[in-house]
Ligand binder design. Sequence first.
Ligand SMILES: [Zn+2]
Length: 367
Amino acid sequence: MYDNLGKIGAKPKEGLEWTLLSGFLIEIPSDKGSTLEVVSLATGTKCIGKNSMSSLGNVVNDSHAEVLARRAFLRYVYSEIKRAHNNESSVLFSGYDGKRKCCLRKDVKFHMFTSHVPCGDASIIPIVGTKRKYEAESIEDVHRTGAKCLPGDARQDLKISGHNYHVVSSVRTKPGRGDPTLSVSCSDKIAKWLYVGIQGALLSLLINGPLLISTITIGGGGQYDSGVLHRALIERSRLSDTCSVIPKIYRSKLVFCHSRYSVTSASKPCTSSIIWYKGLSGKRQFEVAVEGKKQGCTKTGPSKNNLSVTKKEFLKVFLEFSNFNGDPGYRQAKDLATEYQAKVKYFKDTLGSWPVKDPKLECFFST
Ligand SMILES: [Zn+2]
């Protein structure tokens, strides 16, 4: 799929830059077994600092590939809702419960691919020497992550040499220098999606039940530790106690062609992102983003220049399918999802900490 996009400027410069790639796939049962299809794809390595965040909902704060691919996946789900209303979707069907909620068709499954181990807790991987791996006392050191524990969290990295440099299982912000970010690491976000579903608050008002991920596949190259991944994505939220679907985690042997493991060590992260989802309309079949905005657009540009995966565009497409009269505003619309929000709160309480967003950043309307 990535290769099908051809040679485009938003891909890393050959041999000089690298990027991260993530995507979501859908598995639909068929007579011959089941079909697997990529429905969203994104690349990206960057995250904006808190001073660049917009209170208009038109800038994407977090452009790590996993996060963009999940947002693109949400757009794909909206396009399936539209198809379901015309009885044309093999994924969803219109609900009969009078609430106009759609339901997932039987045995439809969702899968996630990512070219690398997610940033944050899953990246604190023991450096294995000659001793055995899983005996705590035998771990001499761990790989470092630039993702920091939340300010104010009682658990902070000790930063002493050896394997106690980091504390584990903590919620962390995205790694990066300069203006600090409020976005949490991909390990934390994926743990949340596994726990509450990938649909988010707004779609939870339009679809019955959570959309749960059945498998996660990590691309080849670089460090990998299945025990650490389980801790970061599954165990620390006590997912097994509450969730009906415990995802299986796999590792691919294939190394992504533009990953940091397939180019020279001198290369830099690519600053632009590619966003694609099935059903994306418009002239180009994908969007290119730089610093959370559509490439070439100013911050105050007209809304048609917004990326399709901004909060503002999500509010618009949500209002198209919901039976609201008027626009309640983004934050207010999200707060209507009481069942979903209760589950999110339970998840955050289990992890022990989570950054609190400034409510002013979500007080915008669709127009
Ligand atoms: Zn990340």
